[in-house]
Design a binder for this molecule. Sequence first.
Ligand SMILES: [Zn+2]
Ligand SMILES: [Zn+2]
Length: 156
Amino acid sequence: MAWSGKDKVVGRGQPGGTRRQWMRREYLLSALLGLIIVGSLVITLVSVIPRSSAQPDFERHFYCTKCKSEFTLNLKDLSPEQQMKLTPGPYGQAGIDCPKCGAKNSAVVMARCVNPQCKRWYPVPMVSPAQGGPSTLICPYCKVDQAAYVVEHLPK
Ligand SMILES: [Zn+2]
Ligand SMILES: [Zn+2]
């Protein structure tokens, strides 16, 4: 390239490097930010309920609405596309494809009831509040409002 020599001259004396390196760095930075945002949305969704300390950080219980099987998956093993399906969006959420029966968008994240008398797992509704879904999580077994329970039992 004819201007590569000039490029080097421009870059000399600038600790930040050449313009091309800068653009590359900005691109990487925005890609990284995108990842962090998507990651934190998924984590927000699935950690409405405090995680038990025994449970590895990214392992989540799933429930298939088609074959009714329950299984665990590590969020780190999900593709970005699968993670997006677990993220609240303007059209609600889709589940991920079930690895057991192969049904499309049928596996949803489960949460564990915070009530120590109950502690049962239940599927998190995959409809966002904007789409008429619940704005809080209520355990289908003991009917405890999960968010309210956590707030009431915050360590003082
Ligand atoms: Zn299934
Ligand atoms: Zn419960």
